[in-house]
Design a protein around this ligand. Structure first.
Ligand code: FES
Length: 192
């Protein structure tokens, strides 16, 4: 009995030590992982925080335009991501001029249809940024020089864009860029 008692006591002592040992190790490991986790989070958070767009940038990531009062022949200038955007309501004559051009003769071949939305081929939306060196072309405001092809004219080095805002003459290599946009109603455009 004494031996059993001793054995039990020894076993209990071993068991207690073992249980305590495991618990201590677990605690130390868990504490170490937690500390590493907290340190990791603390180190990562400022990076994530810096990478996230600020509220004002998010607000500018799209531009909504009401074009219900934009009549044939009129243009409006808007701003998208701090750059000018031209929206023109083309007249039937401007559409005909654009469609009459031999596409193969163009420096940057694109049809008016490709540069406008289905169902709205009379509404031309382009960035107001010359593709030569980035000046803002003329032609969107009433009375401005529209250039030799009736679209837009960049006075910086003399680039002429046609009624589909395609480059026709001068040093600019590409057509005025069409931004990503969609009609959310018949008279509302969301750019971006
Ligand atoms: S920037 Fe427009 S022609 Fe040079």
């Amino acid at each position: 009995m004494a031996s059993t008692g001793t054995a039990d006591a020894h076993s209990e002592a071993n068991g207690a030590a073992s249980v305590d040992g495991v618990r201590r190790r677990d605690f130390i490991e868990i504490a170490a992982v937690s500390a590493a986790g907290v340190g990791g989070l603390a180190a990562i958070y400022p990076l994530v925080s810096q990478m996230a767009p600020s509220a004002d940038v998010l607000a500018e990531s799209s531009t909504e335009l009401d074009i219900s009062s934009l009549e044939e022949g009129q243009s409006i200038k808007a701003v998208f991501r701090k750059q000018p955007v031209f929206v023109r309501h083309l007249t039937p004559d401007e559409i005909k001029q654009a469609n009459d051009v031999d596409i193969d003769s163009l420096r940057d071949p694109q049809t008016l249809q490709e540069r406008t939305e289905d169902g709205h081929h009379n509404i031309l939306v382009v960035m107001g940024v010359c593709t030569h060196l980035g000046c803002v072309p003329l032609g969107a405001a009433e009375g401005e020089n529209k250039g030799e092809f009736g679209g837009y004219f960049c006075p910086c080095h003399g680039s002429h864009y046609d009624t589909a805002a395609r480059i026709r003459k001068g040093p600019a290599p590409k057509n005025l860029q069409v931004p990503t946009y969609e009609f959310t109603t018949d008279t509302t455009i969301v750019i971006g």
